[in-house]
Ligand binder design. Structure first.
Ligand SMILES: Nc1ncnc2c1ncn2[C@@H]1O[C@H](COP(=O)(O)OP(=O)(O)O)[C@@H](O)[C@H]1O
Ligand SMILES: [Mg+2]
Length: 251
């Protein structure tokens, strides 16, 4: 079954002076359970805007978008909030953990909103999830005491503790060194494999993009399929491609 069906989706915002800015144009995308999708593109090409639409954090201004079985432009915000909480897990570049709260408290947070579980059940589920990401011994550590890689593991545990069907990762390895980034990515993938979730990863890193099975590129708000082999060549082929494009992605 399709988790996401986007057809002709656009997102236009109005700038303070009243001029419209078209961030996304005519985006077509279908995502099924278990899919591994990567989206690359230069800064400002609309990647986060697209991910926010897929994650029901924002609404398209044109086109048709179905997410988790609903036509998002015809839903109430409360419905979108519930669908997002039940079905979507986000992982961000900057982890976005609650400071001053332990790893365990951070991972329990999404369970507070789902109801139907006792304090002890929530704690047990969160502990199991932290175990799963290799942090069983750090449940009481606060984010400021954890390394970047550890913080991202906590964020992954928090994103996946409710077993979402759709995992949206916005440059999840962007703040990590290459090796830690690859480990973090492997962790997201293995949890996604266990639950059959679809995974959409936005990345600047060709080696991270290469791990997906469906490859896309956003160029000035337009989404196109990408040949990963061709792009890898473009990124590494010339002296200009690396220096002229800070994103490390062929434009
Ligand atoms: N609410 C908004 N108002 C005005 N401009 C926006 C808004 N959201 C995004 N933009 C602009 O749209 C472009 C795409 O943003 P974004 O989706 O964050 O790109 P990316 O994630 O690819 O770097 C950027 O130029 C950004 O400044
Ligand atoms: Mg972005």
């Amino acid at each position: 079954m399709s988790l996401v069906m986007a057809h002709g989706v656009g997102r236009t915002v109005e700038l303070p002076d009243g001029t419209p800015l078209e961030i996304l144009t005519d985006v077509d995308l279908e995502i099924a359970e278990g899919d591994r999708v990567s989206i690359v593109g230069r800064s400002g090409s609309g990647k986060s805007t697209l991910l926010n639409l897929l994650g029901l954090l924002d609404l398209p201004t044109s086109g048709e978008l179905h997410c988790l079985g609903v036509d998002v432009r015809r839903t109430r915000s409360g419905t979108r909030d519930r669908l997002r909480g039940d079905g979507i897990g986000f992982v961000f570049q900057q982890f976005n953990l609650l400071p001053g709260r332990t790893a365990l408290e951070n991972v329990q947070t999404p369970l507070l909103y789902s109801g139907g579980r006792s304090f002890w059940q929530r704690e047990r589920i969160a502990r199991e999830m932290l175990d799963r990401v290799g942090l069983g011994a750090r449940v009481d550590a606060k984010p400021e005491r954890l390394s970047g890689g550890e913080q991202q593991r906590v964020a992954i545990a928090r994103a996946l503790v409710r077993r979402p069907r759709l995992i949206l990762a916005d440059e999840p390895t962007g703040a990590l060194d290459l090796e830690t980034g690859a480990e973090v990515m492997a962790l997201i993938e293995s949890v996604a494999d266990e639950t059959g979730a679809a995974l959409v990863t936005i990345t600047h890193d060709p080696s991270i993009a290469a791990r997906s099975t469906r490859h896309f590129q956003l160029t000035a708000g337009r989404l196109e399929t990408r040949d990963p082999d061709a792009a890898a060549t473009a990124v590494t082929s010339g002296p200009t491609s690396g220096s002229a494009n800070a994103d490390g992605v062929a434009a």
